[in-house]
Design a protein around this ligand. Structure first.
Ligand code: SAH
Length: 525
């Protein structure tokens, strides 16, 4: 080991000593559900330059890393197992020596069947400072999300984590089957699917009761979770007929019975439903979080992008003389953000709004204003342009009104308010169609792995529906994929393009669309 140490690049190691900063973090990603990342994992990801992740780590977790961070799936590295491993160390070590902040993101916990120990040893030998961040190991995730307490005072007071698939060069004798069969507690078997029959035979042959309750949990903690229960003896057959595959865990013990009462996750209203959210990524967050809370498997496919307007000069001109307007009308969150951010750019601040009245189209836009410490003066009872125009009309007669909006959209407000007021319409942002044909979500759609699509504006709907492949289009027309629309305007755009609308929000907000989806779902498939 000493000889290894002499090879260490002296500059890199002394700089590590100076700063004392860990340069490689071995981070547990948990079993798949993003909510199960630790706060420390999110912090480290948030400032990573390079993320080396395992295939089992859902790519969504990489969204916590900065956009320009490099992401490398270690399974894509050259060399086949087990020769591949040194390549991972080499990349991590090289990057750390260049001063990059490396996160080595591993499924579950890095030290539970994760080879984290070997990777940490390699880092130590190379003289690289490192940090280990534990993660929720799959057994804990599966126990919690399948409703199986791994220990329970009425059942057992011990639990053992076992690997069902060891290094190929290890013999079976490494696992003490008689000892495991006698173990007075719950057994959790990782990587056991390929050899499940063998494992069950061994346990029963060494005295474990054949009728011991058992479960297999696939993709635990995610919307794709599936659980099969049977007696220990019958489990391999039950797993086969349910076609459960890796990654799955096997849980053996009387605690499995408790699941009948405690399976909270799988009884959520949208459990297992695959939903495509078509909003721009930076605006999809809260909708995705809510759908996931309801148990759905959510993919995000942005179909429009928000950019700066083609020309700021009309905006700057309006901002420099805001006093002229009695009302400013906002019809989107983007409009609020664009206009108020630009205000600083022209050297002014919120005081420039003085006594100008602010109108918004709906609650999300109102919340966007509140984030700038501004309270809207007017919001219509129904969240569309028609209702906004009707509500505003009595207030604007004879006044000057500024409409801050996208560079495309309907002209309802200008037309209706223009009859009584002096209306100026400015494009504070530009909305362009953008659909990445290589996006993972696009592939899910092509493969028929989507049950519902939410359409949260007519532009979004048009952008998506005009770019669909023929098979997906047919699936929507036949009702295999169902479209949920945020409002009658959006529904009209969908119908105009020749597609059916399965449900429409009663209240024209993202939450309203989710409500519509829930109602549709409760009416059966
Ligand atoms: N370090 C990881 C385990 C890696 S071994 C941890 O602490 O969880 C890989 C095995 O973990 C898989 O074969 C499977 O048995 C189990 N596993 C990982 N994620 C899982 C999940 N979401 N659901 C069920 N089993 C999972």
């Amino acid at each position: 080991m000493d000889t290894e140490k002499h090879k260490v690049d002296p500059i890199a190691s002394s700089s590590d000593e100076r700063t004392g900063a860990a340069t490689v973090a071995l981070v547990g990603a948990g079993p798949g559900n993003p909510g199960l990342l630790t706060v420390r994992a999110v912090e480290l990801l948030g400032r990573a330059d390079l993320v080396l992740y395992d295939r089992l780590v859902p790519v969504r977790l990489l969204d916590f890393a900065p956009e320009n961070a490099k992401r490398v799936c270690v399974d894509s590295l050259h060399g086949t197992h087990p020769e591949r491993w040194p390549e991972i160390y080499r990349i991590a070590i090289d990057a750390a020596r260049q001063g990059l902040r490396v996160v080595r993101l591993k499924g579950g916990d890095p030290f539970v069947f994760g080879r984290g120990g070997e990777e940490a040893e390699a880092l130590r030998q190379a003289g690289i400072a490192y940090e280990i961040v534990p993660g929720v190991t799959a057994a804990l995730g599966a126990g919690a999300f399948a409703g199986i307490p791994l220990t329970h005072r009425r059942h057992v007071s011990a639990v053992a984590f076992v690997t069902g698939h060891e290094k190929p060069d290890k013999t079976d004798s490494f696992l003490d089957w008689p000892g495991l069969a006698r173990f007075p507690g719950t057994l959790v078997v990782y990587m056991g699917m390929a050899r499940l029959s063998h494992i069950v035979e061994q346990l029963i042959a060494h005295g474990k009761a054949a009728d011991t309750p058992a479960a297999a949990v696939q993709w635990a903690t995610t919307g794709r979770q599936r659980t099969v229960t049977a007696s220990l003896h019958d489990l391999p057959e039950a797993v086969r007929s349910a076609e459960l595959k890796a990654p799955s865990l096997v849980i053996i013990g009387s605690v499995v019975e408790l699941r009948d009462e405690l399976a909270w996750f799988e009884s959520r209203p949208l459990f297992g439903q695959r939903i495509l959210v078509t909003r721009p990524r930076h605006q999809a967050g809260s909708m995705v979080a809510r759908l996931e809370e309801l148990g759905a498997v959510v993919s995000v496919l942005p179909t429009v992008e928000i950019r700066a307007p083609h020309d700021w000069s009309p905006v700057d001109c309006a901002l420099s003389q805001l006093e002229r307007y009695r009302w400013i009308v906002f019809t989107s969150v983007n409009g609020v953000e664009a206009l108020l951010t630009r205000l600083r750019h022209v050297g002014r601040d919120l005081r420039a709004l003085g006594s100008t009245q602010l109108a918004v189209i709906g609650p999300s836009t109102a919340d966007a204003l509140r984030r700038f410490h501004l309270e809207p003066d007017l919001m219509p009872p129904v969240f569309d342009s028609e209702s906004l125009a009707a509500t505003l009309l009595p207030h604007v007669a004879g006044h000057r009104v500024l409409l801050a909006r996208a560079d495309r959209g309907r002209d309802v407000l200008r037309e209706r308010l223009g009859k009584v007021a002096e209306v100026e319409q400015i494009a504070v942002y530009s909305q362009v169609d953008a659909l990445d044909p290589n996006a993972e979500a696009m592939e899910a759609l092509r493969q028929g792995e989507i049950d519902f699509i939410t359409a949260t504006s007519s532009n979004i709907a048009r952008s998506l529906l005009s770019r669909l492949d023929e098979t997906s289009a047919r699936r929507i027309r036949s009702g295999a994929i169902r479209l949920v629309s945020i409002s009658p305007i959006t529904s009209a755009a969908i119908v105009e393009m020749g597609f059916p609308v399965a449900a429409e929000a009663r209240i024209y907000t993202a939450e309203g669309a989710i409500e519509a989806l829930l109602t549709l779902r409760s009416q059966g498939p």
